[in-house]
Design a protein. Sequence first.
Length: 267
Amino acid sequence: LFFSQTQDEIRRTRLLLQNSGKTLSEPIQNHQTKQAFLLSLSSVHPDTDKIIPVLFRPPAFLPISLPLVIASSLQLQAKQTFFCQFVFHTYTTGFTLLNGNGTAKAEEYSLQEKQIIYGVGAISYAACIGAFPLVFMNRYTLKSSLTQLVVKKLLPAPLLGLMSAFTVVMVRSPEFENGIEVMDRTGKVVGLSQKAGEKAVKETALSRAALFGTTFFLPPVLMHFVERVKLAKTPRALASVRMLVITSVLAGMLPVSLSMFPQCGEV
């Protein structure tokens, strides 16, 4: 697995790529060079050339976010929901921050501190919004079946999708405030573009909203039919089927969300 490689192994593969003299636009015939390219793409930030921490590399996204999604979808008590969603948004925001585009003005002021402050604020706000329907329901003792349906079945998906997009916009706001580097067709950096930064953040936010919004929306719908046809007859079997459904939806939606927009855009 690419996210289990050590920093020494990653540096050796980067050296191999430099010595090979190839670019990503050239066909790669050598198996060792091809593996080095894949490892570099999954472990090294393309703008800063810094090694991405193991837990925040793309190959680690699914196995780490899956249990957080399952825990966040339980909708038990307001405090537990807040905690689960706080941890969930903390991980996804950290992933977004460490894999976002580099900004050219990072050395002129404390950009990282600004992003961290924005990130903490966005995470706290998103977790509060996720738990608010349960707080509201408990505060006013609304226990009707319609209220339970709205609060526990209908609201979580759009709220999580919107909050996932919101945290992306907040933590990557310096990209459209300061602009990101743009290149010509030969790969030469020709300047900064706020329009490109805005486009990159918008596309990432939309793909993240689609990923987690769908992952929260589809499983309850599918589980409704599972319960009606009585495929799982015991609570334990029902819980196992539910986890399998969430896993399948998240694993299926991940490549779909990544392919919604091209990796390299044009302005």
